[in-house]
Design a protein around this ligand. Structure first.
Ligand code: KIV
Ligand code: ZN
Length: 385
């Protein structure tokens, strides 16, 4: 039986922390509504104690959405939890996301504390958050670098304290996929009552491994993935929602599924990129401008014979209007003929050979040949042949 992966979207919290990406409350409401339509299970709406704006946004998002879980971030502090609970008061399905550092680096150099004290603080925070009539998720910050036996002890203690979800973040994007997967496996093998909670994966992209690590976590039993649209987030970003959703969608053999309506992906990606003034890199998987663009002659010829030769998902599956064939000096006759036919021309084989020679000269000059260039070239055809 296929198992459901909960999609926890943190575009409005981890994503919005990026300098220059801040949104107004109205913009956040628009994003939250679109995320709900996209089918995410949880929206992390903000960190209410961090600013009055974040507090207000969590309130307004809670009012604006329907059944989706609305989550608010806190440190393991009473004031943070009180303010988060207050901000979530209109949410139909509220969740408090509290936590503390778990690696020795964080324990010593961030909290100037000890393993015993952070463990006690984390357990206290879960118990206190539980008294607020909300689901509670605990994050063991910097899990990727934590001592594994201590991490297991922490996870066991917060589950015993009532945590509904336990997040194992690779906060610094340090882990390698097989080792991150093994961490999750170790927790499943060594933590008492681990099945009482959902294990969540939250990965950063400092080494470009966020998606691979997230998948390794899911393949080892985690059942919630924390992601952002376009992978925006602190430093090199977070795991991107569209990548995880489409990996799960494409690899049916994983026996996993999400509720994501994949055909809405491209529209929300474009909206986030514009609203947050954060361009999507052209070669970004799934949503980049080149994700469905074919530019070399061999690929174009193969694609024109059958798109499946070079596309493992079709653009309409993610709401991209169509694939494109970019005419460059690397294009062959097949692509040129295809484009000319789309423009209404029916060149003979000999004519095509001549047009192709002139096309290559234009392509070397211009890098990318547009329809106007071809129309102009065809206008000269009687002179050229
Ligand atoms: O990366 C991280 O550890 C976080 C936590 C606050 C969940 O964003
Ligand atoms: Zn994070």
């Amino acid at each position: 039986m296929s198992q459901k992966i909960q999609i926890f979207d943190t575009t409005l919290r981890d994503g919005e922390q990026v300098p220059g990406c801040q949104l107004s409350t109205d913009e956040k409401i628009t994003v939250a509504r679109e995320l709900e339509l996209l089918g995410v299970d949880v929206i992390e709406a903000g960190f209410p104690i961090s600013s009055p704006g974040d507090f207000l946004s969590v309130i307004e998002i809670s009012k604006a959405v329907n059944e989706v879980i609305v989550c608010a971030l806190t440190r393991s502090k009473k004031d943070d939890i009180d303010v988060a609970a207050e901000a979530l008061r209109y949410a139909k399905n509220p969740r408090i996301h509290t936590g503390i550092g778990s690696s020795d680096i964080h324990i010593k150099h961030k909290f100037n504390s000890s393993r015993e004290k952070v463990l006690e603080q984390g357990v206290w925070a879960v118990q206190y958050a539980k008294s607020k009539n909300a689901e509670v998720e605990f994050f063991a910050e910097d899990s990727g670098r934590a001592d594994l036996a201590f991490l297991a002890q922490m996870v066991e203690a917060v589950i015993a304290a009532g945590a509904d979800v336990v997040n194992i973040p690779d906060t610094t994007g340090y882990c390698l996929p097989h080792l991150y997967g093994k961490r999750i496996q170790y927790l499943f093998e060594n933590v008492k009552n681990i099945h009482k909670a959902t294990i969540s994966v939250h990965c950063h992209n400092d080494l470009g491994l966020a998606t691979a690590n997230t998948m390794a976590g899911l393949m080892n039993g985690a059942r919630q993935a924390e992601v952002t649209i376009n992978g925006i987030g602190e430093r090199a970003g977070n795991t991107s929602l569209e990548e995880v959703a489409m990996i799960i969608n494409t690899h049916k053999d994983l026996n996993l599924h999400t509720n994501i309506k994949s055909e809405r992906i491209y529209a929300i990606s474009t909206m986030i990129s514009e609203m947050m003034r954060m361009p999507v890199q052209p070669n970004k998987a799934i949503v980049g401008a080149n994700a469905f663009a074919h530019s070399s002659g061999i690929h174009q010829d193969g694609f024109l014979k059958n798109p499946e030769n070079y596309e493992i998902i079709s653009p309409d599956q993610v709401g991209v209007p169509c694939s494109s064939i970019i005419l460059t000096a690397r294009s062959g006759r097949a692509a040129l003929k295809h484009r000319l036919e789309l423009l209404g021309y029916q060149p003979s084989k000999t004519e095509l050979d001549t047009i192709y020679e002139h096309f290559l000269i234009i392509a070397d000059e211009k890098k990318k040949v547009e329809n106007e260039d071809l129309i102009a070239l065809m206008g000269q055809m009687p002179i050229l042949v």
